[in-house]
Design a binder for this molecule. Structure first.
Ligand code: FE
Length: 213
């Protein structure tokens, strides 16, 4: 049996995710939000889970305060993309790298473009896509190595190729939407559906350079 919790921080419109093997009592947290460590630790305690890994889909300005807070009080290993810029990462999330917690396995898929070091994580029928593929949107080019062409390639070649029913869990959603699926985003994401790579790059170069998020 597995545990899955989506943890929403209304102030930052951020989602963190707790995944766990309930039998072996090992858990991972994806993209912990800064200031929420007490909540995460209470949840781990309540479910009687040990935190084995903290996984980051990406970071901005070479800082991950949410991960730092959790790792200050647990022995969790830090997993993040090769180009994330953090000084200490325990496991580099290159393509195909597996992260095991209990009998559960999650796989890394690099999806650069929002930042140079963006990674998506695949677990069961779920994809944690960070700010690369959002619900009805995709991550603006950021100041952390963002590149619209790379983002388009990552989304179209590495995420939209997943089965239609794969659930998409993003890092943010300003409207509080919690989940979508690959089939829905392939058909109806207004930033992507019917858009060529060149059109996508042109649109992002104009609109997103100023609003790096
Ligand atoms: Fe971001």
């Amino acid at each position: 049996m597995a545990h899955f919790r989506q943890l929403y921080d209304a102030r930052s419109h951020s989602y963190a995710y707790l995944l766990a093997d309930a039998d072996r009592r090992e858990a991972v947290i994806v993209d912990p939000t800064a200031g929420q460590a007490t909540l995460y630790l209470a949840l781990l305690d309540e479910l009687r889970l040990r935190l084995s890994h903290v996984l980051l889909t990406h970071v901005h300005e070479r800082a991950a305060p949410g991960a730092d807070e959790l790792r200050h009080v647990t022995r969790a290993l830090l997993v993040a993309g090769r180009a994330c810029g953090l000084p200490h990462v325990d496991l580099i999330a290159d393509d195909g790298i597996a992260v095991a917690f209990g009998n559960e396995v999650l796989r890394c898929r690099t999806t650069p473009g929002h930042t140079a070091g963006c990674v998506s994580y695949l677990w069961r029928d779920q994809a944690f896509t960070g700010d690369a593929l959002l619900i009805g949107d995709c991550g603006a080019n950021s100041a952390d190595g963002g590149d619209a062409g790379l983002l388009f390639d990552s989304i179209t070649r590495k995420l939209l190729v997943l089965p239609d029913e794969t659930l998409i869990y993003p890092a943010h959603d300003g409207a509080g939407r919690r989940v979508s699926c690959i089939g829905e985003q392939r058909a109806a994401n207004p930033k992507l559906a019917g858009t060529t790579r060149d059109e996508f790059i042109a649109k992002h170069s104009q609109s997103d350079r100023q609003q790096a998020a």
